[in-house]
Design a protein around this ligand. Structure first.
Ligand code: MG
Length: 162
């Protein structure tokens, strides 16, 4: 009798967008009170975009540009959470389940602590996983890149074969 074997893969993702005065700043679908927001083809949600790339990378399914090309009108102004929902299906269709997500947002303004529970809840809901599997950490650039929103993410996916 064969024992079940669990296979795990990890992936890394990164995204950055330039911020300008007067545009909305959205992270994980949360509109944040911020003086500047990203210039982007979509909603510029760097956290969702980094997590999408981490998940796609873990499953060796390419990257966000392959699945959601920024020259395709279908994806113009698409919310980051929608990309996560599509990625959830791509991962599941390839036979993987999501183990966990860890991430770091680098942003000078605003402070993310008051919004963190909601950010994590929305990511977990879009991916269909428990919020305990999602970690988001916040850093500032110490004023070095005040006009950038950046996110780094890693993801683990797993599947069990008999
Ligand atoms: Mg992006």
């Amino acid at each position: 009798m064969n024992n079940p074997t669990t296979h795990t893969r990890c992936g890394i993702g990164y995204d950055t967008h330039r911020l300008v005065e007067g545009l909305p700043l959205v992270l994980a679908g949360c509109a944040l009170p911020a003086p500047r927001g990203p210039i982007a083809h979509s909603d510029g949600d760097v956290l969702c975009h980094a997590i999408v790339d981490a998940l796609l990378g873990a499953a060796a399914l390419g990257d966000i540009g392959r699945h959601f090309p920024d020259n395709d009108p279908q994806w113009k102004n698409t919310p980051g959470l929608t990309f996560l929902e599509h990625t959830r299906r791509l991962i599941a269709n390839a036979g993987w389940s999501i183990g966990n997500i860890d991430s770091v947002v680098v942003l000078d303004e605003p402070k993310l602590a008051p919004h963190m529970d909601e950010i994590i809840r929305r990511i977990a809901f879009a991916l269909g996983i428990d919020p305990s599997k999602v970690s988001v950490k916040a850093k500032t650039s110490e004023g070095v890149t005040p006009n950038l929103a950046t996110a780094h993410a890693v993801a683990l996916v797993e599947r069990t074969s008999i």
